[in-house]
Design a protein around this ligand. Structure first.
Ligand SMILES: N[C@@H](CCC(=O)N[C@@H](CS)C(=O)NCC(=O)O)C(=O)O
Ligand SMILES: [Fe+2]
Length: 296
């Protein structure tokens, strides 16, 4: 296992109440180099309207704090919102990156959407990270853990003492992410969670969603130790317990309302479909692609 430096990035979380997503800016306070993690491009499915409010708030924070963007990172191709990575790259010129197994997710959804022109080589990003790949955020060492289970391509970014785990562990009162999307696996998610829990106890854990159980205020930061001791999907559980619990809960969850909207954009790095001859962009949905998802 790679042991990252114990340097401490400053971390700012931006909660998006529409999708319960947390977007992050993590930076080296010495050099002011930063990464943006999992930025959201706003979308209202009822009207088909897009907006860049979340991404622009991140850009304002970057400007106000004199930060230089090293990377725009996604932890996985999201199923519940559009990624703002492409928008932010256009605005700033900063490179984008995601886990290398995004190519498997592209292939999966190319078939579901029947889109023969879909590129499935990951060329929509500037860098594709493999397990244990390293990079720097200023003077802070960072590395990548391949963390599949929620999706085939999920990764965790470990930046100094901070782990950006997105949809693996939620807050310790909220359990874990679902593992029933196409390409998901509760068994793989368990193994990925063990990889995160093997980080030093005091590692700060930043989750990607908070669904505010019981209506509490949104929270997103815990530690490996708190997760190990208090997360009910992990504490005292065996792999078999977890798989049983996860699969039972997943059977009760409806598909995210934006899964069919989001994947066609996110397998293209957050690019909206190109405009048609009238200048308007259109999404495409398969019908009956998930037998059993609703009516058994
Ligand atoms: N109600 C939300 C659910 C989104 C969802 O399924 N989120 C995933 C992460 S992308 C998850 O792991 N959810 C766990 C849960 O809902 O318990 C929506 O429709 O967008
Ligand atoms: Fe997700």
């Amino acid at each position: 296992m790679i042991v990252s430096s114990s340097k401490r990035p400053e971390v700012k979380g931006f909660f998006d109440p529409r999708t319960w997503s947390i977007q992050y800016v993590a930076f080296d306070p010495e050099t002011r180099d930063c990464v943006i993690i999992d930025p959201v491009l706003d979308f209202d499915e009822k009207s088909g309207s897009t907006r860049t409010g979340n991404a622009d708030a991140i850009l304002s924070y970057v400007a106000e704090n004199n930060l230089k963007i090293a990377y725009i990172l996604d932890t996985h191709p999201h199923a519940d919102h559009f990624s703002a990575a492409h928008y932010l790259k256009n605005k700033t010129g900063a490179p984008t990156a995601i886990g290398e197994h995004v190519v498997d997710v592209q292939q999966l959804w190319k078939d579901i959407y029947n889109s023969p022109t879909q590129a499935t080589d990951g060329s929509q990003w500037d860098r594709l990270f493999a397990h244990n790949d390293r990079f720097k955020v200023g003077t802070i060492d960072a590395h990548v853990l391949f963390s599949p289970g929620h999706t085939l391509a999920s990764v965790t970014y470990v930046i100094g003492d901070a782990a950006f785990v997105h949809d693996t562990l939620f807050m310790p009162d909220s359990g874990t992410a679902r593992a029933d999307f196409p390409g998901g696996s509760a068994k793989m998610l368990w193994a990925s969670i063990q990889g995160i829990l093997a980080l030093p106890n005091e590692t700060r854990v930043f989750t990607g969603h908070d669904y505010q159980p019981g209506g509490r205020e949104p929270l997103w930061e815990s530690t490996v130790n708190e997760q190990r001791l208090m997360n009910p999907h992990v504490a005292g559980k065996s792999e078999a317990d977890f798989v049983t619990l996860r699969e039972a809960r997943d059977k009760t969850l409806p598909m995210p309302k934006l899964i069919l909207h989001a994947l066609q954009v996110n397998v293209n790095g957050g690019r909206l479909p190109p405009p048609e001859e009238n200048g308007r962009r259109y999404l495409k949905f398969p019908l009956d692609a998930f037998p059993g998802a609703v009516w058994g």
